[in-house]
Design a protein around this ligand. Structure first.
Ligand code: FAD
Ligand code: 2HG
Ligand code: ZN
Length: 461
């Protein structure tokens, strides 16, 4: 595919290859290396930074035929599979055997586990299960010259020199093609509880987060937030989606159109999830937590999901924001890490910057439990230099001033390669560049991605 999920980046490749084995990937890379042909590895093509599509006419290496589950150990919970397996398929496979995948994200129906590793995807439960740098036990990867690197161990503990598999996690297909993965799954929780809350301010959101960590402790599995503007996007642009706190009654339809606020709570909403082993205990804990946060005023209104359908409807609101924004039109995406108390200040600053532009809306949501803000600026009339100049480099500079990261979980891709320096020192970028030259001397693998071009870079020693 030449075009990315957002419809923002496109190349003009006339050749797509769809290998079904590691040997075929090896042969393709060896040939391309010899002929100096550039390639872009492509998983589910759900990436949000333009990393999975060609810039010019690179060969597209589509991994979707490498979709075999190789083994699952029901005692250790270790899953071994090919890189092109879809995350949701893996979730269903391990779920039937009493386990869950250690990551979950809105794109699970299309994204590949190989793409997840390559971007080091975070998602909705990183708070509980940690990053893929911890849960991935082994990787098989093919180097740009065709060498197959078998690092597909299934061991929890293995301190034998440099942990080379980590090089492929988060390097976005610039150092090698991941062909297989061994990943530690978590036991499936017997009880999952979900609360949807409204909070009067971002200070209250932080208070709820603090309280949730303290009082829900080891059963806490997700803490997400969205602002009223995000709720408006989801309810307006996604068919069948409504505010879970909407009151039934004559005004409900009108409130729905306004997208939250008023009797439906707001201006902020939170999703708090627990995963534990005893429904009675977990419910009691969650109810105690809710009583406390309602008593101290940090939660104005809330609901507990009473069925799987209600839980799914709540998650649909949070997970659907990305889709709703794309339905509205062009969108500038910022995926930032920073101290939690700073997160919403930036959304407000950006909102002021763009206030004079008709139809342009800034929304803030994300993984507040991980200090990860998704700041999106929606522009139904399309991308424009005027708007971009209002946003950049301002957003990156401001984030760097807070010692934050310009990419919390989506990666760098094509979009952020020129601005990598806001989050990495020139020494660090230089070492990355040297690693790239060492592993991909002819620069055939995913060129123009991740690393800044020479004009943005110090000298490569
Ligand atoms: P692609 O988009 O195909 O590729 C991504 C990068 O990985 C590219 O650089 C590509 O070259 C490389 N790559 C792909 N496969 C391989 C391989 N086998 N070997 C080497 N390199 C490879 N991301 C999050 O972190 N958290 C979220 O919560 C989240 N939610 C999302 C929700 C929606 C609705 C959407 C559309 C996206 C979301 N994303 C999220 C972004 C995206 O889904 C993730 O980055 C995902 O991990 C990408 O997987 P993919 O298979 O689609 O990879
Ligand atoms: C999410 O958390 C994803 O929903 C996508 O990471 C965020 O679209 C975005 O900016
Ligand atoms: Zn996210």
């Amino acid at each position: 595919m030449n075009k990315d999920w957002m419809g923002k980046y496109s190349g003009s490749s006339s050749l797509g290859l769809r290998p079904s084995s590691t040997e075929q990937v090896s042969q393709i890379l060896a040939y391309c290396s010899l002929r100096r042909l550039a390639l872009v590895p492509q998983g589910g093509n759900t990436g949000l930074v333009g990393g999975s599509v060609p810039v010019f006419d690179e060969v597209v290496l589509n991994m979707s035929a490498m979709n075999k589950i190789l083994s699952f150990d029901e005692v250790s919970g270790v899953l071994v599979c090919q890189a092109g397996c879809i995350l949701q398929t893996l979730e269903e496979h391990v779920s039937q055997r009493g386990y869950i995948m250690p990551l979950d994200l809105g794109a699970k129906g299309s994204c590949h586990i190989g793409g997840n590793l390559s971007t080091n995807a975070g998602g909705l439960r990183l708070l509980r299960y940690g990053s893929l740098h911890g849960s991935v036990l082994g990787v098989e990867a093919v180097l740009p010259d065709g060498t197959v690197l078998d690092l597909l161990r299934q061991l929890r503990k293995d301190n034998t020199g440099y942990d080379l598999k980590q090089l492929f996690i988060g390097s976005e297909g610039t150092l090698g093609v991941i062909t297989a993965v061994a990943i530690q799954c978590a036991p499936k929780p017997a009880s999952v509880q979900l609360a949807f809350l409204s909070c009067p301010s971002f200070a209250a959101v932080q208070q709820v987060l603090r309280h949730a960590k303290q009082s829900l402790g080891e059963i806490l599995s997700a803490v997400e937030f969205l602002d009223q503007e995000s709720m408006a996007m989801a309810t307006q642009y996604l068919p069948g989606v409504s505010n879970p706190l909407a009151q039934a009654g004559p005004d409900a339809a009108q409130q729905q159109q306004q997208g939250g606020g008023g009797e439906q709570g707001g201006p902020f909403y939170m999703v708090v999830e627990t995963q534990g082993s005893h429904a009675g205990h977990d419910k009691e804990k969650l109810e105690g937590f809710l009583e406390a946060v309602m008593a101290d005023g940090s939660v104005a209104d809330g609901t507990l999901a009473e069925s799987q359908a209600q839980a799914a409807a709540i998650w649909r609101v949070r997970e659907g924001i990305t889709e709703s924004l794309v339905r509205r039109g062009a969108v500038y995406k910022y995926d930032l890490s920073m101290p939690t108390h700073k997160m919403y200040e930036l959304v407000q600053l950006v909102r002021q910057q763009v206030a004079h532009l008709p139809g342009v809306k800034a929304v803030g949501y994300g993984h507040v439990g991980d200090g990860n803000l998704h700041l999106n600026v929606s522009s139904p009339s399309g991308y424009s230099d005027e708007l971009e100049q209002l946003l950049e480099p301002f957003v990156y500079e401001w984030t760097a001033q807070q010692s934050g990261s310009i990419s919390a979980e989506h990666g760098i891709g094509l979009m952020k390669a020129p601005v990598l320096g806001y989050s990495k020192s020139s020494e660090a970028v230089n070492l990355m560049q040297r690693l790239k030259v060492l592993m991909d001397p002819h620069q055939i693998l995913n060129p123009y991605k991740v690393l800044p071009g020479v004009e943005h870079m110090g000298r490569v020693e």
